[in-house]
Ligand binder design. Structure first.
Ligand code: C2G
Length: 456
């Protein structure tokens, strides 16, 4: 008797799950299906699971393909199960291609082609439907989004749009998406929500058109480069009943939220200073971050990260903001400092593309300080430090994968009418970021390059 095993969460059971089980069963005589527990899903970073374990097991049973259903609740269980049940073939969808090759020591490992897209006719019995999500842009950021999307339940990445169709086509083929297109109207017809992953200067226009088409929008940072544009987008989203979220991933991660909550509860007294820094040396001078004289540069690229803790902790009512920078010959800033003066505190944000600095975040207060080591934007640990160093305390938190799953998960929850994550990045904060971007770009345009200032 040939025994086959497969595993999954099987949340909001859909035809992709059904087809996988059908084909798994056809590979042998006896099919065992492992359904994950809530705590195992949490530990492996699968977010937003809606159905209870009981419901998910019931749905698997209803298909009639499973001869036996078991529960998966820990790492390493697959190896144990394969030996315990004397399994011949281990099966999983092709979104996991290669990930479980280590099981080849124990049995045959097969990845079956995953079902591309999920039809919107397959509505769920409950309020949740699977959100059909499309990418606008098929470059570097879009690519990082794909592996993270599979950890977010309740959404399916179905298609990709790019003005240059060949790029979209290749992307859809590589990541097994249902469709690719260079026709924006056609794109909107097939999706419920979009993630905008284009170069900065196109964010606003795409976000506006997507919202006009009634689509929910997750937009890469900086969402807008002018205050008025950000305000307009939020008004449009409200008018059309759409969710609009700026994708500054740090804002949605558990470690950063923990950091903010501790600070807001006064663990270091009154906050008097915030220093944040994000630099990355760009070895390739042909990239748009360095060549685009209007919108490239370190501040438009990384400024959203460095502004995040400043605006979250000190607000947007600063009394003064000043910038200094080193530029490239084309006027793009290669290393920038933004200085903020508030009534009772100070802040500095540093960004760099051709200067390397330590990427830490330091928040100083009247009773102590918090130091978040580099890379602070992927917050996994921070230290509370006091005059009496015996009171110092280290906090460790989780940051799973590339961290994009957290913003995606909040986006999906918000679309499903559960905006509990709304405090993580508010409308006013996004508008404040756009306002600072506008002030910076105006200042950069108006400031002539001084002799000796050009580096790189
Ligand atoms: N699947 C598919 N087509 C889809 C969606 C999912 O073929 N459009 C497959 C997945 O590849 C997986 C199965 O359906 O093989 C269950 O998917 P999920 O419920 O998303 O579970 P997953 O997170 O893939 O669990 O131990 C758990 C497993 O490692 C994977």
């Amino acid at each position: 008797m040939k025994k086959v095993i497969t595993y999954g969460t099987f949340d909001l059971f859909h035809e992709g799950h059904y087809r996988l089980l059908e084909r798994a069963k056809a590979l042998g005589d006896y099919l065992i299906v492992g359904v994950t527990t809530e705590s195992f899903d949490q530990a492996r970073g699968k977010l937003n699971v809606v159905d209870s374990l009981m419901t998910r097991i019931e749905n698997v049973k209803k298909t009639g393909f499973a001869d036996e259903v078991i529960v998966e609740d820990h790492v390493g269980q697959k190896v144990e199960d394969i030996q315990k049940y004397n399994i011949d073939i281990f099966v999983l969808g092709s979104d996991w291609q290669g990930k479980f090759d280590y099981l080849k020591d124990f049995c045959e490992v097969r990845y079956l082609e995953r079902t591309k897209g999920i039809s919107s006719t397959m509505k769920r019995i409950h309020n949740h439907k699977i959100i059909r999500m499309g990418l606008i842009g098929s470059g570097r950021i879009a690519k990082r989004f794909v592996p993270e999307a599979r950890y977010v339940s309740g959404m399916e990445l179905v298609g990709v749009y790019n003005l240059h169709h060949e790029s979209a086509r290749r992307f859809a083929e590589e990541f097994e998406l249902e469709f690719s297109t260079a026709d924006e109207e056609e794109f909107y017809e097939h999706v419920d929500a979009v993630d905008i992953c284009t170069p900065h200067q196109f964010h606003y226009a795409y976000a506006k058109r997507a919202l006009e088409h009634g689509k929910h929008v997750l937009c890469e940072k900086p969402m807008a480069l002018r205050k008025e544009e950000a305000e307009e987008l939020f008004e449009l989203a409200e008018k059309n009943g759409c969710i609009l979220m700026e994708a500054i991933k740090t804002a949605y991660t558990p470690g950063f939220i923990r950091l903010l909550s501790m600070l807001q509860s006064g663990v270091i007294g009154e906050i008097r200073d915030v220093e944040s820094c994000f630099t990355r040396i760009f070895p390739d001078d042909t990239r748009r971050e360095l060549t685009n004289a209007d919108y490239g540069g370190s501040f438009t690229e990384y400024g959203s990260y460095t502004l995040l803790p400043i605006i979250k902790l000190l607000g947007s009512d600063y009394q003064d903001i000043r910038f200094t920078c080193f530029k490239a010959a084309n006027g793009v800033d290669l290393y920038t400092k933004a200085y903020f003066d508030y009534a009772h505190s100070l802040a500095t944000a540093k960004t760099g593309l051709k200067v390397k600095s330590d990427g830490h975040l330091l928040i100083s207060g009247t009773r102590g300080y918090i130091f978040v080591p580099a890379p602070w934007w992927k917050t996994t640990e921070f230290e509370l430090c006091y005059e009496d160093f015996t009171q110092n305390e280290k906090v460790f938190t989780k940051y799973l994968g590339d961290g994009l799953r957290y913003e995606l998960s909040d986006f999906v929850s918000a679309i499903n009418g559960n905006p509990r994550g709304g405090f993580k990045l508010t409308r006013n904060e996004s508008v404040a970021f756009a306002d600072i971007m506008e002030k910076f770009l105006d200042w950069r345009r108006q400031t002539p390059i001084k002799e000796g200032e050009v580096i790189g």
